[in-house]
Write a protein that binds this ligand. Structure first.
Ligand SMILES: [Zn+2]
Length: 469
């Protein structure tokens, strides 16, 4: 686990650990009893955790982040790692080797979700899991998801070094394809684990941009997956007693406010909609204004309607974006005969978000009628429910932050994560750390190793607590 460190450092930390352990034994036991609410005893498996015994190997962790970033299809500092690509396969074996080095038993499921387990004293109990993803959209950064996988592995090493022994098993999960880049399905691995049939069915038909089926792509990466394997992956509610995810905030709040730890209370739920209008088009000079039915203007009017309906919701938590707006034929002297919009709307309140979707649909119909265009498509692509984090996990993360003397605040995750789906099969919690200017999904994405180490410590302590519950 610390085998990459120079020997003198190893010896030194080992000695200081022994010294710390004997010096702090009683105080530590008392603190951990208070912290965990779990009676400790002088027995060898008893807890011996204190803030000072939790040492993160920042040099090693930063090196692993940098090494993983090198498995990329675009040059540094950008990272591009697409599902089942050659670089993705290399990154996967890198993660598996780190798991093995950390003494975890490694297994992989049919689509390549990777699990590394540290067996607890009562291995029959539901395990406590933590993890995230390592795939990266084109030209993104090296921290999104990665912090939650490599950080989770470091949390395991931190606990091992401190002498901690888990009661429930602890497990690190690397989820397959959180990003929708290759097959248009986000959180592919966690949706399958959560038992979402629609995803299992969609995977039977999807193809990528090069017309490769999901199964062929998986086979190319060494996963001989078949249709019937997909539903066998579904987890039950007995699989995990808790799931945690450590992640960069991907927003500016923690950095702006100088707060070390964000404790997520809820993950806003995304919905996405595809809309198409069709009109007659025509020559931009010859067709007079009263004779037109301009599909582009219908799209423009709908984009403004999206903003209006979102603003009318009465909550700052409702958001809506028209991220794609395409006009056909796309020539300066041609009236658009077709327009295509893709709308993303989110809220932590599902009912309020669904009301916005209904209003958008009504507006689309009204606009089409008023402008004499055809509403040829209105498809709600996905409409996921939000997830609430578990009260007891929020509490454990707050106590852990206090224990470590770290400033923290409760916040909402406006981006979604694998946790959104894991919440369907397990009590869930998320830890955010600050990132530079809130940048994410671009090469400038950055989180300091000190901030990452703080997140790792909160994660480690919370995992320890939940493992004893
Ligand atoms: Zn992510």
């Amino acid at each position: 686990m610390t085998s990459n460190l120079p020997r003198p450092f190893l010896l030194l930390s080992f000695l200081s650990l022994i010294a710390a352990a004997s010096y702090e034994e009683d105080a530590t036991r008392r603190t951990m009893e208070e912290f965990s609410g779990y009676p400790t005893s002088p027995h060898p498996s008893a807890l011996s955790l204190s803030p000072s015994s939790l040492s993160v190997d920042m040099v090693g962790l930063q090196r692993q982040i940098d090494e993983l970033a090198a498995f990329s299809d675009t040059p540094a500092p950008s990272v591009t790692r697409i599902l089942y690509s050659e670089k993705d396969v290399l990154a996967r074996s890198y993660i598996k080797s780190l798991m093995e080095e950390a003494g975890l038993s490694v297994r992989e499921d049919a689509v390549g979700n990777i699990f590394g387990r540290w067996n607890g004293a009562e291995a029959g109990l539901a395990a406590v899991a933590t993890g995230s993803h390592i795939d990266a959209i084109p030209y993104s950064g090296k921290y999104d998801g990665v912090v939650g996988v490599l950080g989770a592995l470091e949390a395991m090493r931190v606990l091992r070094r401190s002498g901690f022994q888990p009661r429930r098993s602890l497990e690190v999960i690397m989820f397959t394809s959180e990003e929708p880049t290759r097959f248009g399905i986000s959180c592919l691995g966690s949706r399958l684990l959560a038992g979402i049939e629609a995803v299992a069915n969609a995977l039977k038909h999807v193809v990528d941009g090069q017309n490769n089926s999901f199964f062929d792509a998986a086979k190319g990466a060494g996963y001989d997956v078949h249709q019937e394997d997909l539903s066998n992956m579904f987890l039950t509610k007995e699989s995990y007693s808790a799931f945690l995810e450590l992640h960069i905030e991907q927003g500016p709040i923690l950095e702006q406010e100088g707060v070390s730890i964000g404790i997520v209370t809820a993950i806003a739920a995304p919905a996405s909609i595809k809309v198409e209008f069709e009109g007659n088009g025509g020559h931009a000079g010859a067709v007079l204004m009263p004779a037109r039915n301009d599909a582009g203007l219908a799209a423009a009017e709908l984009a403004l309607a999206v903003e209006k309906h979102v603003m009318e919701s009465g909550s700052i938590d409702t958001v809506g974006t028209v991220g794609i707006l395409e006009l056909h034929p796309g020539a300066i002297n041609s009236i658009p005969s077709k327009s295509h919009l893709e709308i993303d709307t989110r809220d932590i309140d599902e009912k309020r978000r669904n009301t916005v979707i209904e209003k958008i649909q009504q507006s689309a119909t009204r606009i089409a009628k008023a402008r004499g265009v055809k509403l040829s498509q209105f498809e709600i692509v996905n409409q996921d429910p939000p997830a609430l984090c578990e009260g007891s996990i929020i509490n454990a993360m707050e106590v852990a932050s206090q224990h470590l003397n770290l400033t923290h605040k409760l916040m909402i995750s406006r981006a979604y994560h694998d946790s959104l789906f894991m919440a369907r099969v397990s009590p869930m919690g998320m830890i955010f750390i600050p990132c530079y200017k809130g940048y994410s999904h671009k090469p400038e994405e950055y989180a300091s190793i000190e901030d990452i180490a703080n997140g790792v410590k909160v994660l480690a302590l919370t995992l320890a607590k939940l493992s004893l519950d």
